[in-house]
Design a protein around this ligand. Structure first.
Ligand code: NAP
Length: 495
């Protein structure tokens, strides 16, 4: 073993991850005067915005609210170029944040954490990196991201394909141009939709492997001028107040008249207004009744279906394949993708949808993809927009051992429990952000929720230190009560 491997780095607090949450967590703990370092697998900051460099990647919150709120001057001196900026700009923005606060000097890049074991004798954590480096810390904060563990190797024979295979969540910096190529896209979630609509003008031909149809909302993206940004800078405090106090961390909320108190004309006018406005407000600022009342959910779903049918030229085959029915699921029961001219892609002559329900993907072959009906679809490039091991995936890939050597991974294979997504009973001084069962997780404007979580953790660590408490651990009773509360809230939307 070399000296670097033998040496143990001793810290007060350690952060895993240098994405939106990790950067803010590092900043906060350092401001408290703690000896703290962050460790990051990537070669740069950004987290989600480092890895997801697929064509068309962009967030679904407007630039004025996908923000940090701890440095007003920082907000005002970064001018977004669009209402919904794309990945390169967001990665650049996070670098600007890190540089402005000199965070990189305390981040170790290209480092993957392999294990984190709690020592009950010393009441501290022993962490080992994949390279064998050792770290010892009192507080351990895992800001690993909700969507940072892409599902790889989903298909039989994947390695046999002779062309290029690109996974959206690990899109290479040096990916070759898709111009004129025969391209396959598997997956039509929010990621697939962004890829498809972006590459459609340049590919030679494209086959889109569709399985579960999606309700969509137009993004209504546009360029931001200096005047636009001056407008938002003037409203900094007002906007901050709104995002910090709304249902899901956006600057809009359920402020329309209740469904039952509105006439049919009023409801249609409200839905039209939000559809035209773009953003997720059609989902999170019209009628909260859609989450609890099937009939109302169905009426809003039908409003969206009608819009989608018209854009597909009422083509019966395309409508059947691409528009969810009442038997599938209701609008808003999961996060709704925002899009720009996505449906129109299917009207291009060089684009062909493949119905994976009628004929599922069987395997990859050297020429491309073989479906169950025996067809071999030939491609130069296959794009996998097939999703993530969401929520628990990134944390389960680290061997966390708590008191009595209990394993978080094994425990979560039985049942996923957390207290507010912030702690798990049995793991003293381990805190998590973007973890399962955190309030608002799948609905949130992520920067808002993550800042709430980081602020809570910061305050908790501060309290412990100021009050001579060596460890903080959620009790089993509190964790159970939280899980019960979440399950009760979920019941009305469960099938
Ligand atoms: P996803 O929603 O899990 O979508 C994965 C897609 O792959 C689905 O269409 C799935 O079909 C399909 N798929 C998986 N295995 C398949 C198979 N064997 N055959 C055919 N199709 C298959 O993943 P995602 O699109 O990456 O989105 C993940 C999360 O990230 C979402 O919550 C999304 O909102 C978020 N996101 C947000 C943004 C944004 O801010 N704008 C952008 C991208 C992603 P089935 O549904 O039938 O399984």
């Amino acid at each position: 073993m070399n000296a670097a491997v033998d040496k143990v780095t001793v810290l007060d607090a350690m952060v895993i991850g240098a994405g939106v949450a990790g950067l803010y967590q590092l900043h906060n703990l350092r401001k408290m005067g703690l000896k703290v370092r962050a460790y990051e697998t990537a070669t740069g900051v950004g987290g989600t915005w480092y890895w997801n460099r697929y064509p068309g990647a962009r967030f679904d919150s407007q630039a004025e609210i996908y923000q940090y709120w701890f440095d007003e001057e920082m907000y005002k001196s970064w001018q977004p170029s669009e209402r919904f900026p794309a990945q390169p700009e967001t990665e650049e923005w996070l670098n600007y944040v890190a540089d402005r606060h000199d965070l990189k000097k305390d981040i170790q890049f290209s480092t993957r954490i392999a294990s984190a074991h709690y020592d009950e004798g010393t009441e501290r954590w022993n962490i080992t990196t994949e390279a064998g480096e050792k770290i010892n810390t009192q507080f351990l904060i895992a800001c690993c991201g909700m969507l940072s563990a892409p599902l790889e190797n989903r298909f039989k024979g994947q390695e046999t394909f002779k062309g290029d295979t690109y996974l959206t969540g690990k899109w290479p910096k040096d990916a070759t141009s898709l111009k004129g190529k025969r391209v396959a896209v598997i997956g039509t979630g929010a990621t697939g939709i962004q890829v498809i609509q972006t590459i459609a003008p340049e590919v030679g031909s494209m086959k889109i492997f569709c399985r579960t149809p999606q309700y969509i909302i137009p993004m209504n993206n546009r360029k931001y001028t200096e005047e636009d940004w001056a407008y938002w800078c003037e409203r900094y405090n007002e906007t901050k107040d709104k995002v910090m106090n709304s249902f899901a961390g956006f600057d809009y909320d359920f402020t329309e008249k209740a469904w039952a108190d509105s006439t049919e004309e009023e409801r249609q006018a409200v839905l039209e207004k939000h559809w035209e406005g773009g953003s997720l407000s059609l989902w999170l600022a019209t009628y909260s009744e859609i989450f609890f009342d099937e009939k109302i959910g169905e009426e809003v779903s039908e409003f969206v279906r009608k819009k989608m049918r018209a854009r597909l030229g009422n083509d019966p085959k395309l409508c059947d394949l691409l528009i969810p029915t009442a038997d599938d699921y209701t609008f808003g029961t999961h996060r709704v993708p925002l899009e720009t001219n996505y449906l129109e892609v299917y009207l291009q002559d060089n684009v062909e949808p493949v119905d994976c329900n009628a004929s599922p993907i069987q395997e990859f072959v050297p020429e491309g993809i073989k479906t169950a009906d025996g067809t071999i679809h030939e491609f130069d490039v296959i794009i996998l927009a097939t999703g993530f091991d969401a929520g628990s995936g990134a944390l389960s890939r680290i061997d966390f051992r708590g008191r009595d050597n209990r394993s978080l991974k094994d425990q979560w294979q039985q049942e996923i429990t957390t207290a507010m997504g912030l702690q798990v009973h049995g793991y003293p001084n381990l805190f998590t952000t973007g973890a399962p069962l955190a309030p608002s997780a799948a609905l949130c404007n992520m920067t808002t929720c993550l800042q709430y979580q980081v602020d809570w953790i910061t305050n908790c660590v501060d309290y412990a230190l100021k009050n001579g408490k060596k460890t903080v651990e959620v009790s089993k009773a509190v964790e159970d009560a939280w899980v019960k509360h979440v399950m009760k809230l979920l019941e009305p939307t469960s099938l």
